[in-house]
Structure formats: C-alpha cells, structure tokens
Design a protein. Structure first.
Length: 327
C-alpha cells in the first residue's frame, strides 16, 4: 500500500484527499517507481478543476523523481535500482509510489539530485520545446528579443536562464517588483511588472516599436490581446497554458491585420510522444542543468498531505520558482 493524493470530483483544492492505494506490479511496458520527491505544476490545477477532464476518481501530478523498484516486460532502458525522473501522463505523481508507462521515464544522471529533478522535468522540458522546437518563421538567433510571461514561475525562471545561455534577450513579465527582480537576477534582459505597467507599451519601447519575434504565453485570457500586439510582422504567438482562463474565440482575420502573424497552441505531451524524442529532450535539459548554466530554484516545499494548501498558494500566485511535495 502507498499514500497518494486522489480526488473524486472536480473542484477546489478541498477535493484533494490523502488515501491509501494498492500500487501493484508493473505490466508490459511499465515500471514501478518509488518517489523521492514530486513536482507541482499549473496543469495539476487544470486537472483538478476539470478544465482538462479526467475519469473519476483519479490521481494528480505529472512530474516526479525516485528509484525504479520493478520493470515490466519489454522495458530495456531502465532496471530495478536505477535513479529516474519523468514528466509524463497519465496524472498520478502525487504519491509515495506508482506504476506508470516506462516510455517517458528517463534514467537520472548521478550529478542531479532527486529534488532538483522533481522540480525541473516538466518545467525544463517545456522550456526545451519552447526555445528549441517552437520557433518563429526565421528561427531565433543570438540577440533576438522574445517576450515570456510569468517569468518568475517555475517554467519562467528556467526560461530566463536558458534564453540567456542561448544569447537571446528575454523580456519577462511578472506580477510584482519582487518577482521582476527575481526574473532579472536569473537572466532576463528586461522585466515588466504587468500590475503597474502596460506591458504592450513597454515592449514597444524596448524594441523601438518593432515588436518581438515570439511571445511565449502560459497566462492566457488576460495577456492574449496585448501579446498579439507585441509581435513583429510574421511573429509567432506561442500559447502553452491558460492560468488566467481560456482565450476567447477570435477571428483569424485579425492575424493578417496585425502583421501576418502566426498562432500556435503547444503542449509538452505532443513533443514527448516517442521515447526517442523524450530522451533527447531530457538529455538536453540534463546537460544545461549539469553545466550550471541553468539552476533549478526550489522555493516551496509542502508535505504530501498538504497538497491542497500548495494548490491554494499556486493559484493565489504566492509561489515563485519550483514547488515540491515531499514524502
């Protein structure tokens, strides 16, 4: 038996319950992993509220690190005793142990601690596919300006550092002066407090009216319209979340009027659909973290039983960097 967080119906943080579950043995293509730490991500809120529906009852959480306890038939890249980490569907990382598909579980290098891995897999691989695989028409090159919303969050702080390592000038937005200072300290070239400044006007000022090549936006509804206006002709609006709510429907004709711009809605799980691509992306992340160019900031830790409070703080935007549930 294992302790885990489950919920029986969508709702607020109060629906999260600590329960005993029978983990069982891995079947073909599966592994059983004993977690050392698990990560908290905004997608967990989408699952909990029903924005991204799940069959009920269900577990929660998409990110974790620990030790492989057993492997099922056909699994050759992992063995019992291996250190491992993952960002993977289906949800279920909020627990002491789980059985899960092996294809998205990666062997963890010895130089990366379990806590670091649990705080970086989903967030870091998200930044990897954004900066390396979700690119404007002419690509991104050293010196290019990009706009990244929620720059002081777990994804944002990794993006600030990785963008700087690539020679990009990241303009980061955040909701307080303290968060802006944190993004700046982690490599953002420019920062904007969207609660006290008009970020569209500031971006136009920073870019001398030219706009940016790409906007990376996990906020959604609240930033959408002004973000489109921040793009240069043929620029790319890359949506990868909706923390403020889903974007309202819009007429495609406005994209032409705003400079023949492109719009895409990305999700990590399309990028890591194959084990080969998942491994390649993870190794890129391991390399940049192992080199010291990107540091993972774990700013909040909650016991597994306090997952509901962790969700309250996340939704209230009280958190910065990565958040872990400890076991």
């Amino acid at each position: 038996m294992s302790k885990a967080i489950h919920f029986k119906q969508p709702g607020g943080p109060e629906v999260l319950q600590l329960v005993d579950v029978n983990v069982g043995e891995p079947g073909p293509g599966e592994v059983r992993i004993a977690h050392k730490a698990v990560g908290l991500n905004y997608i967990d809120v989408y699952h909990r509220t029903g924005l991204y529906p799940l069959p009920m009852p269900h577990g929660l959480g998409m990110e974790g690190a620990g030790v492989i306890e057993a492997v099922g038939e056909g699994v050759s890249h992992l063995k019992a005793g291996d250190r491992a980490a993952y960002a993977s569907a289906p949800p279920g990382s909020y627990g002491e142990a789980r059985v899960m598909p092996a294809k998205n579980v990666c062997k963890l290098p010895d130089n990366i601690p379990f806590d670091t891995a649990a705080g970086m897999m989903l967030k870091g691989m998200t930044v990897q596919y954004l900066l390396k695989r979700t690119l404007p028409q002419a690509g991104l090159h050293a010196g290019d300006l990009i706009l990244f919303h929620a720059a002081a969050g777990g994804v944002g702080l990794i993006a600030c550092q990785w963008a700087k390592a690539l020679g990009l000038q990241l303009i980061g937005t955040a909701g307080s002066d303290e968060k802006c200072a944190l993004a700046k300290a982690n490599g953002a070239a420019h920062v904007i407090n969207y609660n006290t400044e008009d970020f569209e006007a500031r971006v136009k000022d920073i870019t001398n009216g030219k706009g940016v090549k790409v906007v990376y936006d996990s906020v959604g509804k609240d930033t959408w319209d002004k973000s489109l206006n921040c793009l240069s002709p043929f620029g790319l609006m890359a949506s990868f979340g909706n923390a403020s709510g889903p974007v309202d429907p819009f007429a495609p004709g406005i994209l032409g009027a705003k400079g023949s711009i492109y719009v895409t809605r990305q999700t990590l799980f399309t990028h890591i659909a194959s084990r080969e691509t998942n491994q390649q992306m993870a190794e890129d992340l391991f390399d940049v973290v192992g080199s010291g160019k990107v540091k993972i900031h774990i700013e909040q830790r909650y016991p597994l039983a306090e997952a509901a409070q962790a969700h309250r703080d996340l939704e209230a935007r009280k958190t910065t960097g990565s958040t872990l549930l400890t076991l």
